[in-house]
Design a protein around this ligand. Sequence first.
Ligand code: IPM
Ligand code: MG
Length: 357
Amino acid sequence: MATKNILIVPGDGIGQEVTAVGKKVLDAIAAKFGHEFHYDEALIGHVAIEATGEALPAESLEKMRKSDAVLFGAVGHPKYDNDPSAKVRPEQGLLKMRKELGLYANLRPIKLFDELLSASSIKPEILKGADILFFRELTGDIYFGEKGRKNDGDTAYDVAEYSRYEVERIGRKAFEAARTRKKKLCSVDKANVLETSRLWREVIQKLALEYPDVEVEHQFVDSTAMMLIKNPCRFDVVVTANLFGDILTDEASQIAGSMGMLASASIGDGTGVYEPIHGSAHDITGKGIANPLASILSAALLLDISFGMKDESDLVISAVDQVLKQGFRTVDIADATTKPENILGTAAMGEAVLKFI
Ligand code: IPM
Ligand code: MG
């Protein structure tokens, strides 16, 4: 029996639709295990800009700081994507949240549910058994360095910067996780070109001396991108910088069948934030077809990591597994063998998962 305060931050687009389902799953878990979960909501992204002029209003940040965990949706709106001159952008809210809450470690587990082997565009025999845990650094790199224009706006720059301390703390988290898994760590950088990567490699090499039981390899980001598709099973834990991690994890989502399946946990000094890795997907917003499983699996990560509720978390994951075993699919993970009546919308997929909880 535990009492917890959970902040729901749906954000934009399908974030609203999938987070509503994730919350229902948390509700069902609370009822089943006798926990008391209290909820509040906060604005971020485009909806926050429309309401307050800011992508992350102070009130939202305050609520995040005070809550025990945040279930997050997505941010973004097409209106800004083709307007490079927009001064306030939804994504700024997300980046500010990460920085302000000190969420330096972004865990992105890539695990293929066996039933989805055929949903991926990669051959099943290459995928089978793939299970990768990414640690993406989340509060440094080119995302947060100085940026601007010079020469009357004709030249632009974004500075990539890392400190020893920043690399060490994410590195440690990755080594610790490797110890609980297959004890293999792949550190990804571009040390043949970038100075930040050379510091990165130096720090990871030094840390490795403290974890002699973990087998460490260093790979360049370009060849890692290739190997992820060629032989995903060779990876266990992967640790990398902010921008490389952003790109590699979208690529790796294909190993799990669809972006719609992947959950992530952002952790650090304070409140943890749990969110799908997919975006706001305005092309399908309001159609009721978004896959809620990434949000549901994010709720499972929340239960496990922020609340230490392992049994509760495992139940959510096994409920998702059961639903897939029964043949139910959202449209993004359906294939030629899926019976049309088994293709479910967002809410119906949520109900199907709830039945197994
Ligand atoms: C992600 C997203 C964000 C990022 C965007 C929306 C700013 O792609 O969480 O992976 O680049 O970090
Ligand atoms: Mg991304």
